[in-house]
Write a protein that binds this ligand. Structure first.
Ligand code: COS
Length: 382
């Protein structure tokens, strides 16, 4: 544990209150405006949310993975767009640097990432490199004491707000797969870097994804993370961690949906009594509760393994696979329990139903998780 239990409980209680009192009332507005109000972002900075995972030596809270997951569950109890505001700083945008950066790189960037002054983004995906992330074509050619980046990235979360990108680019065109890829820290104001308009998405409105284009962008050699050719492994290890965090968010959304379903089922009357008294409705609530408990147990167990420095590639993939599919089923049952109201925007259930669909796609689709789980399992018997 990075925190003593009392401080941890206070932090979790403060976040639970913040979610209930400040974020939940704004859900519909954020979805409509496709933007999180700046006043809320400022409150998130003040609470230290941008630096949850960052070492206290650089101004973060330095939470353990288990603590971070407990916090992520709380943050899951509202629209996922809110967590996205600082999610890249806590996870995929900062962790390449935090885990593999030099002391000099960390001292240069992490304090501003932890405070939220600098928003970070993770630029791996490309038009032709989605699930096949080792196929990145963005080129980083060495030129004296710099690399020159050319290429484009797609669906990059928080790109429009980012001050710093972690970019995976090919340094060795002779090596087409994972081994030719290196990772770089690229400030967003680098000449030649441009960010496209936020995409219109099915859900998670308020969280933005954009294209990022590199045209002869010069990046100093000292901004490379790790050795040349190690960038793919950096990205994969960042994703191992990110997948666990996302799974915790899935648990939070599922718990929120169950709460909404129970309140509604106790209030809504049909055939002369609350629908909560009908066993077919109870069956749906029981299935949702059971699966959410199972996902929570997987998240916490995997987080404890990570905190004990055990390998968690298999466990993180299995947890992400189960938790993201689970919350899809829970959201589907929620629409069913709410019936007509579940399909009407005013109740917010259809919004969460659309929001959770993304969890089965980003940070590795369910099919990619299956592939990783099978590979890691077969490895033990080969
Ligand atoms: N941790 C450490 N190293 C890893 C790793 C991990 N989790 N996963 C792979 N590697 C290493 C491998 O050990 C291998 O190194 P060696 O050649 O030295 O043994 C290298 O990276 C290449 O790995 P692999 O051969 O498994 O690469 P593949 O091209 O087969 O791809 C998958 C692996 C499909 C698992 C990977 O591309 C992936 O996760 N894709 C989904 C990407 C994703 O999540 N995108 C979402 C966008 S980010 S929001």
């Amino acid at each position: 544990m990075a925190l003593d239990p009392e401080t941890r409980d206070q932090l979790i209680a403060a976040i639970r209150r913040f979610v209930a009192e400040r974020l939940r009332p704004l859900e519909a507005q954020v979805a409509e405006d496709d933007a999180v109000p700046e006043a809320i972002v400022a409150e998130m900075r003040d609470m230290g949310l941008f630096g949850l995972s960052i070492d206290p030596a650089y101004g973060g809270l330095g939470l353990s993975m288990e603590e971070e997951c407990l916090v992520a569950v709380e943050l899951g109890r509202t629209s996922p767009a809110f967590r996205s505001v600082f999610g890249t700083n806590v996870g995929i945008g900062s962790q390449g640097l935090a885990m593999f950066g030099t002391e000099e790189q960390k001292a240069r960037f992490l304090p501003r990432i932890a405070s939220g002054e600098l928003v970070t983004s993770f630029a791996l995906t490309e038009p032709e490199a989605g699930s096949d992330s080792a196929a990145v074509q963005t080129r980083a050619s060495r030129d004296g004491d710099a690399y020159v980046l050319n290429g484009s990235k797609r669906y990059i979360t928080n790109a429009d707000k980012a001050g710093l990108f972690t970019v995976m680019a090919r340094t060795d065109p002779a090596r087409p797969g994972a081994k030719g890829v290196s990772a770089f820290l690229v400030p967003s104001d680098s000449p030649g870097l441009s960010v496209g308009r936020p995409e219109q998405k099915m859900g998670q409105h308020g969280a933005h994804v954009c294209d990022v284009v590199f045209e002869d962008v010069r990046v100093p050699v000292e901004n490379r993370i790790g050795a040349e050719g190690e960038g793919f492994k950096v990205a994969m290890q960042v994703l191992d961690r990110g997948r666990l965090h996302i799974s915790a968010v899935c648990v939070g959304v599922a718990e929120r949906l169950i709460e909404d379903c129970c309140r509604y089922a106790l209030e809504r009357r049909q055939f002369g009594k609350p629908i909560a008294e009908f066993q077919l409705v109870q069956g749906m609530i029981a299935d949702s509760r059971t699966e959410t408990m199972a996902a929570r147990a997987m998240v916490m167990e995997t987080a404890r393994l990570r905190d004990a420095d055990a390998p968690t590639t298999l466990e993180a993939a299995a947890t992400k696979y189960f938790a993201s599919e689970m919350v899809g089923r829970v959201a589907d049952r929620a629409v069913q329990i709410f019936g007509g109201a579940g399909y009407i925007a005013d109740y917010g259930i259809e919004r969460l139903y659309r929001d959770v669909r993304l969890f089965r796609i980003y940070e590795g689709s369910s099919q990619i998780q299956q592939l990783i789980i099978a590979r890691e399992t077969l490895k033990d018997f080969a």
